[in-house]
Design a protein around this ligand. Structure first.
Ligand code: GAL
Length: 752
């Protein structure tokens, strides 16, 4: 504490002594000495340390994370990544600081779904659940500010606090740092030697000096830190996802197409829209109703509106006959004041209203139970199986829309803690309603946080920038969450098409027509191209479903940013050398091509997706190591290179690894297969290498897979003695569920 005293020049010593006796005693000399956290292995390859005093409400706790210990045990072993004493913690008054080492060639990814960058080095983040805003001065206020970082050295670190955090990634050089950046004179752009007779050495002057640390400050008296071992960054992420319980496995119909209707659509208008989808032969599995399905919205009554939906059961039954599921929008701010739900929830609500609605304190089991009971009895009751999920809106921000930081909640939790966990709490209570009925759900949410991997909800937001949406998709792979670059209306046919092409290769293929006069068929000149990419999405369902099963059971992210696929080896080799600080080159740089790829990613093991932006007809694609083939033609594209592609308008640039098997549904279809269907499986083989795939399957709708009702089939393609390709499908012994009638093989390269 520094106290400025204005004293006359000559003060008698006795007066001085008196004066200082009146000043409150300064805290013990300077900041408290750092302590080194004590780590213990809490699951295979996962270490935990508690710094300061941890609080009862944590992110993993709010998410209901339950480590998948049996699956964690299947991962390769790797040592604890830090040297003894390398991590330091300090507790300040109501704040906790932590410092972790950052290597000179180490790249940092993660820290939530950001829209601007992928690599985090040199940046400062304020991790705070919010509706992302491009004008925010500091990044980190986002829909998923997951406080998890992934290191190119092959580990990941989670700060499990439900408080706001500030994270400096390699920013802020310490006076005590053993190795500091070179001191360059900005005027002359030289390093001035101590000996004035020696010549000055030319060197670039940089404004943002890179430090040797990652520094974290949380508004918390303490929190748990988890370290997830590799050996590769992908393994570390897998460990994190499995520690959360494994990734979400949507129902098969969730991987089809979703459309959302204008907010005031009536039951008849919704059904007419569905008929248009059929007339245009466009795929459709889910129909999203916006606030207008409710009798009162903002605040939300969470009751069917009697004018627009006079017969909810009849309406839902009509959807069911079409093989469709409804998805219902809500935000959890309950009103109007005379509404039945509001009256019951008020004793469990926070001190402030949001959108004039009561804010249930969902950290209280009683509030959760009341809300769940209402969903069951008032919302789902007309025909439970026809409602596939919810769109949970407004659980992110902006500040001016939500409760103030001074708000109080009956549980005693602070406004900040509720803000950081609200999206998690609502997702979980919705999931539990479906789980209790043994039906899977797939929905949308606008705010989430760490621990969310098992929660079957996909993020979205209100901005509509194509480039940023693609970056968000890429970053979602580092954060254990799912993101959809939703399509809304567009005046420009090309814009509409490019957006549909991008969303078709994302976790949720979604048209959000809540406020647009346009529909998918508004531009006849691109309708065929839109249909063809959406039909392809449906055909790829077995591949997509398998990819989600890998997320569920092996923790492998659905979206794999390039540094996860190719960065590890390159970065590890560079780190070991311990490259000396070099004044002319930035020693923290990663290989340029891998560093910052924001617009392409792997979807699953074998498919490289590189969508064209609305204004593009050609683009560059960085091919990861190995030989790559064109998905559409099977032709060889390149190896260890960057290619320039300009496909026909109706084709998304998609590339397949050498030897990959891509399982697809045969023929064209507009709906995901129902539980009792037995479609024909087509397995496409690409390239010249033999291929194999242990394909996952289950009933696609219930939680029976968690009770052991799941199966795998070994698919293999190899050349026979005469040089022709042959494919075999062999069920894995002891496993059963398999929903295909027959397997057909497609070899994209002709036999010699
Ligand atoms: C917004 C949401 C939109 C739409 C709208 C309905 O907050 O992001 O997608 O649902 O509410 O009022």
């Amino acid at each position: 504490v520094h106290i400025a005293l204005h004293l006359p020049r000559q003060v008698p010593p006795a007066v001085l002594a008196l004066l200082f006796a009146a000043v409150p005693p300064a805290p013990a000399a300077g900041p408290t000495a750092p302590v080194h956290p004590v780590w213990s292995e809490v699951a295979p390859g996962v270490w935990k340390a508690t710094v300061g005093t941890a609080e009862d409400l944590t992110l993993l706790g709010a998410a209901g994370a339950a480590p998948a210990l049996d699956r964690l045990a299947t991962l390769p072993r790797a040592p604890f990544p830090f040297a003894p004493g390398e991590v330091e913690a300090r507790t300040l008054a109501w704040k906790t600081a932590l410092r972790l080492p950052l290597g000179e060639t180490e790249d940092i990814y993660g820290l939530g779904v950001d829209f601007g960058t992928v690599r985090r080095n040199g940046q400062v983040f304020e991790l705070h659940v919010d509706h992302w805003n491009r004008r925010a001065p500091t990044p980190g206020r986002t829909h998923a500010p997951v406080p998890l970082y992934v290191s190119s050295r092959g580990f990941a670190v989670l700060f499990d606090t439900a408080r706001y955090l500030k994270v400096s990634v390699g920013h802020g050089v310490r006076l005590a740092a053993p190795r500091k950046p070179p001191v360059v004179d900005r005027t002359t752009r030289t390093i001035r030697p101590e000996d004035p007779s020696a010549p000055a050495v030319p060197a670039p002057w940089v404004s943002a000096l890179r430090s040797d640390s990652i520094e974290v400050l949380a508004n918390a008296p303490g929190f748990a830190v988890y370290v997830f071992a590799g050996p590769s960054p992908l393994d570390a992420l897998r460990r994190y996802n499995l520690f959360c319980g494994g990734g979400a496995l949507p129902p098969k119909w969730g991987l089809g197409f979703m459309t959302r209707l204008p907010t005031r659509a009536t039951a008849a208008e919704v059904l007419a829209d569905v008929a248009e989808f059929r007339r245009h032969r466009l795929p459709l599995d889910m129909v999203g109703l916006e606030p207008g399905w409710m009798s009162h919205a903002y605040p939300c009554s969470l009751e069917w509106d009697a004018t627009r939906f006079p017969d909810p059961r009849g309406f839902l039954a009509a959807l069911e006959r079409e093989g469709l599921r409804a998805n219902l929008w809500f935000n959890p701010y309950v009103g109007p004041p005379h509404g039945a739900l509001r009256r019951r929830l008020e004793p469990f609500a926070g001190s402030h209203l949001v959108w004039n609605g009561a804010v249930p304190d969902f950290t209280l089991p009683a509030a959760r139970a009341l809300f769940q009971e209402h969903l069951r009895t008032a919302v789902l009751a007309p025909l439970p199986a026809a409602v596939g999920g919810f769109k949970i809106d407004e659980v992110d921000g902006y500040d001016r829309y939500l409760w103030p930081e001074t708000a109080t909640f009956p549980s005693g939790h602070h406004a900040e803690q509720l803000r950081q966990t609200y999206g998690l709490l609502v997702q979980r209570l919705v999931l539990d309603v479906f789980r209790a009925a043994d039906r899977r759900t797939f929905g949308q949410v606008r705010g989430t946080n760490a621990g969310a991997a098992p929660l079957p909800f996909v993020l979205y937001n209100d901005n509509y920038d194509f480039t940023e949406y693609l970056t968000a998709v890429v970053n979602s792979g580092f954060a254990g969450v799912l993101w959809s670059p939703e399509v809304r209306g567009s005046d420009q046919p090309q814009d509409m098409l490019r957006r549909v092409q991008a969303v078709a290769f994302s976790p949720l293929a979604l048209y959000n027509g809540w406020a647009s006069p346009q529909r998918l068929w508004s531009h006849p000149q691109v309708l065929d191209a839109i249909r063809s990419v959406l039909l392809l999405r449906l055909q790829l369902l077995p591949y997509l479903y398998h990819t989600f099963a890998q997320y569920r059971y092996d923790g492998v992210p659905v979206i794999r940013p390039l540094p996860l696929v190719v960065g590890a080896a390159a970065a590890a080799a560079a780190t070991e050398a311990g490259a000396p600080l070099d004044a002319t080159a930035n020693p923290y740089e990663a290989p340029a091509a891998l560093k910052e790829i924001r617009d392409q990613y792997l979807l699953g093991d074998s498919l490289l997706v590189a969508p064209l932006a609305p204004n593009e007809s050609a683009r560059s694609v960085v091919l990861p190591p190995g030989r790559w083939y064109d998905f559409h033609t099977g032709a060889f594209v390149g190896e260890d290179t960057t290619v320039r592609v300009s496909p026909p308008t109706d084709r998304v640039p998609l590339f397949v690894r050498d030897g990959a098997l891509i399982p697809r549904l045969a023929g064209e279809r507009e709906r995901a297969p129902a539980r009792d269907e037995r479609p024909v499986l087509e397995v496409w083989h690409y390239g010249e290498k033999p291929g194999s795939l242990r394909l996952y399957d289950d009933d696609g709708e219930t939680f029976a897979h968690e009770r052991g009702e799941r199966g795998w089939t070994d698919l293999a393609v190899a050349r026979a003695a005469d040089g022709t390709w042959r494919g075999t499908a062999t069920p894995v012994a002891g496993t059963r569920p398999w929903s295909y009638r027959e397997v057909r093989w497609i070899f994209t390269l002709p036999s010699p």
